[in-house]
Design a protein around this ligand. Structure first.
Ligand SMILES: [Zn+2]
Length: 625
């Protein structure tokens, strides 16, 4: 019987906090109001990004995209940040969610701790213990067990030696070894039924099906046996799963944790945590295929390498990547399988590209993988290859061209057909236009004509359906907004100056106005009158859970030429007046139009009278300046 007395080292404070942080109770909205009021966004962001004062605001090089001159602005007045380069924007809570990859609750708890506040929960005082806590503990323990087992197994150490991994990198990645036993982990950490259930939920052991004929009894066995173990960490550094690689020959060569409550392989990237640890401000990510490639590249100094976990790159991966960096290079073996994987990556990437995001493809020479190549050429040689990687547009056109005969008219027509479904998924106009122009050259057609051809058969299906109010362009919010923009203008002013809401009198005559966004505007007005908030950030946090939130946040990111809340209130009053007037006039015209063709009904006559009265009234009470 092996010795079972193993004491875990005490958890470090941050680890403990991470494990206990998550909660299920709802946080009351008024606490969020207070938290935002007590938080200074400049301090929160300034702790992570070097901010420079610029007038009433602060600026910096954007942490969310690659740039040389600052276009990232933080407004203490609005408690809001905004990047003119990549469009990133949000509140202090939003910043922590983006920058630290924290959940909403985690971000709130961070800010609360900083402000010295305790997070209350609706329907109960303290945070209930999270159901995942014990899974994190089990995975952390398993990692420890694997690391200890590595020290005790010469075969595994020799393997890592042979692959040229230094002790430092093995430690940095927490690499270990799962012994060649069916019950190693079980023996140590699965002594009670409860513990075995937790190990099973964590994906570390597998439940055995009882089989009376063969005499197998119910029970569990270790999932990972005789494998080098690579812990997969989330962006906060917590182990959420493992990848295991066989030492010698054996199948399967790679074995990953199954999908669990914590581990979703279509979302995670191996090495991302380590990459973020290595570089304070990541500029780009390199996506390779295996864990060993990631570790070797990091060891050689290419510390922005990550790998997908036995899946093709998913749109979810790309969204995560582009939240961090503006550039991604996919690296594939030059063989048939590598090319197929690259094309799948492209198909998943087209929906995510737009201006400011770069996707490129690097194909390695036959017989090489990133591990062997970086060993042979060093980081500098490898990075020189990266510089020559194909832009996505080149790869797309080259690949599709290779499937047709572009010397013939028919072949070129076929190329357009092949490109159509891909191009239609590219959301951005500018990027798409450039790609169309490039393709137009290949198929020898004017770009405008090609664009029409590609669009034929209906508008390109956008990723999301549009909601009212229509998506704002990044334009200025000024008093000169056109007729169609009155509602948006009012909403935008309320977002920029929530205090103005309290200074706008109630107008019942707005109820009949039928324009997109009116109900949102009325709700905002009523809310701000009843329960004012001081800043844009505080207003946005109230709306976080609502479908209108992204629109409001985008409006907050537009430039506002109105200087203060007083002026904003005057602009809003005037906009409301014009809305009502336009509505009345529109309806009057309708009725008058009808009266020319046929006699009006009694009801219509009554409405006409009312409209004329109302119109006279609204004309008498000019909008205050
Ligand atoms: Zn940016």
């Amino acid at each position: 019987m092996p010795c079972r007395v193993v004491h875990l080292p005490p958890l470090s404070a941050p680890d403990r906090r991470n494990w206990l942080r998550t909660v299920t109770g709802r946080i009351p909205p008024h606490f969020i109001d207070e938290l935002i009021a007590r938080t200074d966004i400049v301090e929160v962001i300034g702790g992570r990004v070097q901010l420079k004062r610029a007038g009433r605001e602060y600026k910096a090089c954007c942490p969310f995209h690659d740039e040389k001159t600052p276009s990232f602005w933080v407004s203490p007045e609005k408690q809001f940040y905004h990047c003119f380069g990549c469009g990133a924007h949000g509140t202090a809570v939003g910043f922590l969610m983006e920058y630290d990859h924290a959940s909403f609750v985690e971000a709130v708890e961070d800010l609360a701790a900083r402000a010295g506040l305790e997070v209350p929960r609706e329907g109960g005082a303290a945070a209930p213990r999270q159901p995942h806590d014990e899974l994190y503990v089990a995975l952390e323990r398993a990692g420890l067990y694997f690391r200890q087992s590595l020290a005790a197994e010469p075969r595994a150490r020799e393997y890592l030696d042979r692959r040229g991994l230094a002790a430092e990198i093995i430690q940095r990645f927490g690499i270990g070894y799962a012994p060649a036993r069916w019950d190693g982990l079980l023996d140590r950490y699965g002594t009670t039924e409860d513990e075995r259930q937790v190990l099973s939920r964590a994906g570390l052991v597998i439940e055995r099906q009882p089989d009376a004929e063969r005499g197998t009894k119910p029970g569990f066995y270790d999932r990972f046996r005789d494998r080098v173990m690579f812990p997969i960490r989330d962006t906060r550094g917590r182990t959420i799963g493992f990848g295991g690689r066989v030492l010698d020959q054996g199948e399967p060569k790679y074995l990953n944790s199954p999908e669990t409550e914590l581990f979703h392989k279509g979302r995670e990237l191996y090495g991302l945590y380590e990459a973020r640890q290595a570089t304070r401000s990541l500029q780009r990510l390199l996506v390779v295929e295996g864990y060993m490639d990631v570790v070797s590249l990091h060891q050689a100094g290419v510390s922005y390498a990550v790998a997908t976990l036995g899946t093709a790159t998913t749109p979810e991966h790309l969204q995560r990547i582009f939240r961090l960096v503006g550039e991604v290079v996919f690296c594939f073996d030059g063989d048939r399988a590598g090319r197929a994987a690259a094309w799948r990556a492209l198909e998943n990437a087209v929906g995510e590209v737009k201006q400011g995001r770069q996707v490129r493809f690097l194909f390695l020479p036959e017989g090489h993988d990133p591990d062997s190549l970086v060993r042979e050429e060093g980081a500098a040689g490898f990075e020189a290859r990266l510089a020559d990687a194909w832009p996505m547009s080149d790869y797309l056109i080259r690949e599709l061209s290779s499937r047709t005969d572009i010397a013939s008219v028919d072949g070129r027509a076929k190329l357009v057909e092949l490109a159509r479904p891909l191009l239609r998924r590219i959301p951005s106009d500018v990027y798409r236009e450039l790609l169309v122009a490039q393709l137009a050259e290949v198929v020898r057609m004017p770009p405008g004509r090609l664009g029409e051809l590609l669009d034929a058969g209906g508008a390109s299906p956008g990723p999301r359906a549009e909601r009212a109010p229509p998506e704002p362009a990044r334009t200025q919010v000024a008093g000169s907004a056109g007729r169609g923009n009155l509602v948006r203008q009012a909403i935008s002013l309320l977002v920029h100056f929530p205090a103005a809401g309290a200074a706008v009198p109630v107008r019942d005559d707005l109820e009949g106005v039928d324009r997109p966004g009116v109900s949102l505007m009325l709700e905002l007005l009523a809310q701000l009158r009843e329960d004012p908030v001081p800043t844009t950030g505080a207003l946005l946090e109230r709306w976080r859970e609502r479908p209108e939130y992204p629109h409001l946040a985008k409006l907050a990111a537009t430039e506002c030429l109105v200087p203060d809340a007083m002026a904003a209130a005057a602009e809003i009053r005037s906009a409301l007046g014009r809305l009502v007037t336009e509505h009345l006039l529109g309806r009057l015209q309708e009725i008058e139009q009808k009266a020319r063709g046929e006699p009006l009904t009694q009801a219509e006559k009554a409405e006409l009278q009312g409209l004329l009265r109302a119109h006279a009234q609204s004309a008498r009470s000019p909008a205050p300046k």
